[in-house]
Write a protein that binds this ligand. Structure first.
Ligand code: ZN
Length: 332
């Protein structure tokens, strides 16, 4: 089993985005130190739209200059230390702005499919070019859609291909969600560690030009989420996210988690990290070749980081931690 440790490197997207220091830089520094101690590499899915918006807004608001330079420095450092930088797109940054005191997220166009064909082409290429400043040319081959919005894929297919994307890692088996802003439905996808696809990442197509490396998923009881929410209240120092923003409300999501069994991503965010061992056993039993763990620096807790480090130390000799760059695609 090869394990990919992936992080979505981003702010929050609602009324309270949090700060660059607390949501991105600080937790990522802690992750890099941990990775250094353990001798493993991370895959950062970089929210390039934010970086581009930050670069533009700092010209009107010099206070942002510091954030922009610090994020650039961190991306250079990640790359220099052998961590993987891959493409994550939240296109609502095209419409969002800084008002002099805080970020105003305009989310009417939350997913790429909300844009025209020409705009999608231009956004994907521009974001990829920007990320390439921090990494070797040709190394960006993997994509994760913001908010899991990889469906419908038809209009994203050609622009992503032209930008050099060959791997998608947006799907998590059996996940589904629907709100006014966005929806995804990953029920019925192949239950494999990876599969080739062409027009739809949820459907395996032999000899398809793309490879889906899904985020691993786990089936969870409501009891787990009661514990997760309670621990955050009882011991905030250890269990509260390090990020200082507030997630966009996902209507009905908390109620769903607390009242029924649900399929969720294998994650290191907060208390989810306690499930890593169970998730690994499950992946081994299923015969998968990869386990893809997702995390968000902003949602990492002290507990999550410590638990992740224990997990890595316990399993790394048997199950190597790799990056997308090292991955050989075309197998399951
Ligand atoms: Zn994201």
């Amino acid at each position: 089993m090869q394990i990919l440790l992936t992080f979505d490197y981003e702010l929050y997207f609602g009324d309270h985005t949090g700060t660059v220091e607390k949501c991105m830089l600080g937790p990522t520094r802690m992750l890099m130190e941990m990775a250094e101690r353990q001798g493993v590499r991370l895959c950062q899915f970089v929210d390039v739209g934010f970086l581009i918006r930050l670069e533009a807004e700092r010209k009107r608001h010099p206070a942002l200059e510091k954030d922009y330079l610090a994020v650039c420095d961190q991306l250079h450092l990640l790359s220099k230390n052998g961590h993987d930088l891959q493409l994550h797109i939240h296109p609502h940054w095209e419409d969002s702005y800084y008002d002099g005191t805080r970020w105003i997220c305009v989310t009417n166009r939350y997913k790429l499919d909300d844009f025209s064909d020409a705009e999608i082409e231009e956004i994907v290429q521009r974001y990829k070019d920007k990320l390439e400043v921090f990494t070797d040319v040709g190394k960006i081959t993997a994509f994760r859609a913001g908010g899991w919005c990889i469906q419908p894929f038809q209009r994203l297919r050609a622009p992503l291909w032209r930008a050099g994307i060959r791997i998608d890692s947006s799907v998590f088996p059996n996940g589904h969600y629907e709100s006014e802003l966005y929806r995804y439905d990953f029920r019925g996808v192949p239950l494999k560690g990876s599969w080739p696809f062409d027009e739809d990442p949820c459907i395996e197509k032999q000899d398809g030009p793309f490879t889906e490396i899904p985020i691993s998923s786990i089936f969870n009881s409501p009891l787990f989420y009661w514990r997760l929410f309670l621990l955050g209240r009882l011991n905030p120092y250890r269990h509260k996210p390090l990020g200082d923003g507030i997630p966009v409300p996902a209507p009905g999501q908390r109620f769903r988690l607390l009242t029924r069994w649900t399929h969720n991503t294998v994650s290191v965010d907060g208390y989810n990290a306690s499930l890593l061992w169970r998730a690994l056993r499950q992946q081994i039993r299923a015969g998968h070749e990869h386990m893809v763990i997702i995390g968000h620096p902003k949602a990492l807790s002290r507990y999550g980081l410590a638990t992740l480090e224990r997990f890595i130390a316990a399993v790394k000799n048997k199950h190597p931690f790799i990056t997308f760059r090292e991955l050989k695609t075309g197998q399951s």
